[in-house]
Design a protein around this ligand. Structure first.
Ligand code: NDP
Length: 236
């Protein structure tokens, strides 16, 4: 059955790959990022018609509410929600307040806001949500404290929300990537890191996207965290 999929952070990286896979499977997709042109550029790569590209900053509650209103007015209730909007700051526990605020607001609060608005739109027909966490939210890593806390908290939120909305047939899961080749990791030297990864390489965005699609389309899985990291979580 074709559903409406809303992908935050869909303008590049993992979110773009998810949008492309959803469209390939015949779903209608709303691609969202702060930059409308970038979101539209992803839409232009999607197979099928009737997709849309919208601008929304996930840290702004009113923008998130307005975006869901626009989408549901045009396309009806949301079936799938994917939260791939995220930022990374290389920062210690004792970081500057500005970094703390932006990382927590985007990675944690932003996904909470979209989950709240998105799950309301799923109340009648059910639906599925996938939040993108991180291997460092499951384990720890030197110098990544802020990012790690934001993703660990998002994992807690994902599992709690799963219990709260299950009676409405809304499922909530998480994909926890390791190193995936996107703009976020563009400055990393893959050769320096591959020794730590049992499968010996970074992943491609489409490999993370397949896990997202699997969780969206698995009717009896909720509250699950799926690592997509080439085995990195085993060695950290
Ligand atoms: P990218 O940097 O390639 O893409 C991030 C996306 O998020 C962009 O579409 C960006 O668009 C959007 N975005 C950022 N801030 C906001 C905001 N405030 N409001 C709305 N959209 C926003 O990242 P990846 O694809 O690599 O990462 C996707 C997710 O996966 C993130 O949550 C990241 O933390 C996580 N992850 C990634 C890993 C990797 O190795 N790549 C590893 C582990 C986790 P715009 O700037 O136009 O708003």
């Amino acid at each position: 059955m074709s559903r409406l999929g809303v992908v935050f952070g869909g303008s590049c990286g993992i979110g773009r790959a998810v949008s492309q896979l959803l469209a390939l499977k015949g779903h209608r997709v709303a691609v969202i990022s702060r930059n409308q042109e970038a979101a539209q550029a992803t839409v232009d790569t999607l197979s099928g018609a009737d997709h849309m590209g919208l601008a929304c900053d996930v840290t702004q509650e009113q923008e998130v509410q307005r975006t869901f209103k626009t989408i549901t007015k045009t396309c009806g209730p949301v079936g799938y929600l994917v939260n791939a909007a995220g930022i990374y700051r290389n920062a210690l526990s004792m970081s500057k307040p500005n970094d703390t605020v932006s990382v927590f607001h985007t990675n944690l609060l932003g996904s909470m806001l979209t989950c709240w608005a998105g799950s309301q739109s799923m109340h009648t027909n059910g639906g599925a949500i996938v939040n993108i966490g991180s291997v460092v939210g499951l384990n720890c890593n030197a110098d990544q404290s802020l990012y790690s806390i934001s993703k660990a908290s998002l994992k807690g939120f994902t599992r709690s929300l799963a219990t709260e909305v299950a009676s409405r047939n809304i499922r909530v899961n998480m994909v926890a990537p390791g190193f995936i080749r996107t703009d976020m990791t563009a400055e990393l030297n893959e050769d320096e890191h591959r020794k730590r990864i049992p499968l010996g390489r970074f992943g491609d965005p489409v490999e993370a996207a397949h896990a997202v699609l699997f969780l969206l389309e698995s009717p009896y899985i909720t509250g699950h965290v799926m690592s997509v990291d080439g085995g990195l979580h085993l060695t950290m």
